[in-house]
Design a protein around this ligand. Structure first.
Ligand code: RP5
Length: 164
């Protein structure tokens, strides 16, 4: 059975950003669940979710959090699954706080951190991880990249025409 992706966020206030991951997972036809679990407000739930994620059929965990953004690291501490962190932009420090909290993991517990608010890229990376053992998904990713390249070529042609 196809592995699922977990889209976990520290608060429902992260949803507008994390929707970008949900949309991309839908585009690739990847099964997913969406949860609010906080490293600080519900640490027992974070432990429970991550500890059972392999047996629950997940292949990758995406963790979005802002400010003191320890969610990805805490989940990664309790699972052997790859964890992709999405630092959420904050009003006070623009998301640099979230980024550094997430990316500066101690040796041994990696969190593959994408750009601030980079939820779509987190989903694409999750798809690429799952595609290692899923040739149909790998083909969807190949088409996705080819269409992206065609889009850039169209823009290039348009700009060249505009400035000739
Ligand atoms: C983090 O604190 C969440 O991931 C969110 O980005 C931030 C603020 O949470 P709320 O106070 O809006 O619930 O844990």
């Amino acid at each position: 059975m196809a592995k699922k992706v977990a889209v976990i966020m520290g608060s429902d206030s992260d949803l507008s950003v994390m929707q970008g991951a949900v949309d991309k997972l839908k585009e690739f036809g990847i099964p997913f669940v969406v949860r609010v679990i906080s490293a600080h407000r519900t640490p027992a739930a974070a432990e429970q979710f991550a500890s059972s994620a392999v047996e629950e059929g997940f292949g990758v965990i995406i963790a979005g959090a802002g400010k003191a953004a320890h969610l990805g690291g805490v989940l990664a501490a309790y699972t052997t699954l790859p964890v992709i962190g999405v630092p959420i932009q904050t009003s006070m420090m623009g998301g640099l706080d979230s980024l550094l909290s997430m990316v500066q993991m101690p040796s041994g517990i990696p969190v593959a951190t994408v750009a601030v608010n980079g939820a779509a890229n987190a989903a694409i990376l999750a798809a690429q991880i799952l595609a290692v053992n899923d040739s149909a998904l790998a083909e969807k990713l190949r088409v996705f990249k080819a269409e992206m390249a065609e889009g850039v070529a169209r823009k290039d042609a348009s700009l060249q025409a505009q400035f000739q």
